[in-house]
Design a protein around this ligand. Structure first.
Ligand code: FES
Ligand SMILES: [Fe+2]
Length: 417
């Protein structure tokens, strides 16, 4: 589908800097198509923690737009990523979600593939068919300290910078040595950008997140200029101790138009994790000396945020489904040897993030309802608290030059380059 120049101009001219986006960016089918092809198909996307596929034969499938990735853990322990597309006549090999298999068998005509993606069986194909050339097509995959990212583009954007900044900060928590304690899935009736915007500010936290605000300061976020003496003092004191423990405190906030934020934040006095009581809700992760590790925040555009606490991490993955619908997977991971009932209680473990997530989804749905109405006009972002929403819009604009009219030729929603 090629977007007409008049439509491009209409969309590009409608955008006002430091405002929420024009209505069509949250509701229009053609913009949603552009988002899938020019944002999601060209970015590094968070799929899952590597520990969600702990054993040889574990597989995990995830679809975004017209693409789908099949992750497989092979017998040698390595994880691969391939297009979830049969090399015979293109059938999807597996439905979305986790599973396990010795070989992956296509449901259509029963071609089978090994855990490394090679074609193993292709009945009734004759001797002429060159099986070596019919392996599953590999996708770009990166393991970032135990978190797996894929890119559907042939030439993915650089990954070195995020690796250098984030890997050393994740490593002490040994995310590769965790296991899934709980998985929550949501379908949110809102455009994916409303969910990202919601995540990018804590302007709304005090009024909406009582559980979150027990352990967290609502300042200290990226693009938030509010000052709090208590937060500054806590950050300075904790940072000294983090450095002594070898926990790198380097903060990166979408620097130079980048796609990620990493920051280690202090929790409030009396809280060693994001729990309702302040006490740990699971055994301490990794090889850190104590519980004074604060809460490590790792956010990647366009589709993930993770909180890594002393005792558990919660990952959030967005999947755009329709202009007005986004699937969300929230996964709670604990130390690999932790036993439910003995070492943790799922309700206690998930209490803060379940409450906070669900409060956010409700806000996003209410926001989506207002944004789609005839009464909506883009409104001004707070220069004090919403700098990170503006940064997200800038990143989005760079992915989608239609917003700044930098495109010369036809804008096609096809082709993923
Ligand atoms: S399409 Fe997969 S075996 Fe035919
Ligand atoms: Fe929120």
């Amino acid at each position: 589908m090629v977007m007409a120049p008049g439509r491009r101009a209409q969309l590009g001219n409608a955008r006002e800097p430091a405002h929420s986006l024009p209505q069509d960016f949250y509701i229009a089918a053609d913009v949603f198509e552009l988002d899938l092809e020019h944002v999601f198909a060209r970015s590094w996307l968070f799929v899952a923690a590597a520990s969600e596929l702990p054993l040889p034969g574990d597989v995990l499938t995830w679809s975004v737009g017209r693409d789908s990735v099949l992750l497989m853990r092979d017998t040698d322990g390595s994880v691969s990523a391939h297009h979830n597309v049969c090399r015979h006549r293109g059938c999807r090999l597996r439905p979305d979600g986790p599973g396990s298999a010795r070989v992956v068998v296509c449901p259509y005509h029963q071609w089978s593939y090994g855990l490394d993606g090679t074609l193993r069986g292709a009945p009734h194909m004759g001797a002429e068919v060159s099986r070596d050339e019919l392996s599953l097509r590999a996708l770009h995959l990166r393991d970032l300290g135990g978190l797996l990212f894929v890119c559907f583009a042939e030439d993915p954007p650089p990954f070195d910078e995020v690796l250098a900044a984030v890997q050393p900060q994740l490593r002490p928590h040994q995310i590769e040595r965790t296991r899934v304690a709980a998985r929550q899935h949501y379908t949110v009736q809102a455009n994916w950008k409303l969910l990202v915007e919601n995540n990018r500010e804590c302007y709304h936290c005090r009024a909406n997140h009582p559980e979150f605000c027990l352990s967290n300061y609502d300042v200290g976020g990226a693009g938030d200029a509010r000052r709090s003496r208590a937060f500054d003092a806590a950050l300075a004191a904790h940072r000294r101790r983090w450095v002594e423990q070898g926990l790198s405190p380097r903060e990166v906030n979408f620097d130079d138009g980048g796609f990620f934020r990493i920051a280690r934040l202090p929790l409030r006095a009396g809280y060693v994790t994001e729990s309702l009581t302040g006490r740990l809700v699971a055994p301490v992760l990794g090889r850190v000396a104590g519980t004074d590790v604060g809460s490590l925040r790792f956010i990647t555009l366009p589709n993930s945020w993770s909180h890594i606490n002393a005792d558990y991490l919660a990952t959030t993955r967005l999947t755009p489904i329709a202009p007005d619908r986004t699937d969300v997977a929230v996964t709670f991971l604990v130390r690999e040897d932790a036993v439910e009932g003995r070492d943790y209680d799922v309700e206690e473990l998930t209490a803060v993030w379940q409450a906070t997530s669900e409060q956010d989804w409700l806000l996003c749905e209410q926001s989506a309802a207002g944004v789609r109405s005839r009464g909506y006009l883009p409104g001004p972002l707070s220069p004090v608290t919403e700098g990170s929403v503006a940064d997200f819009h800038q990143w989005y604009e760079n992915m989608l030059p239609i917003l700044s009219q930098r495109d010369g030729g036809d804008w096609s929603t096809g082709g993923t380059g």
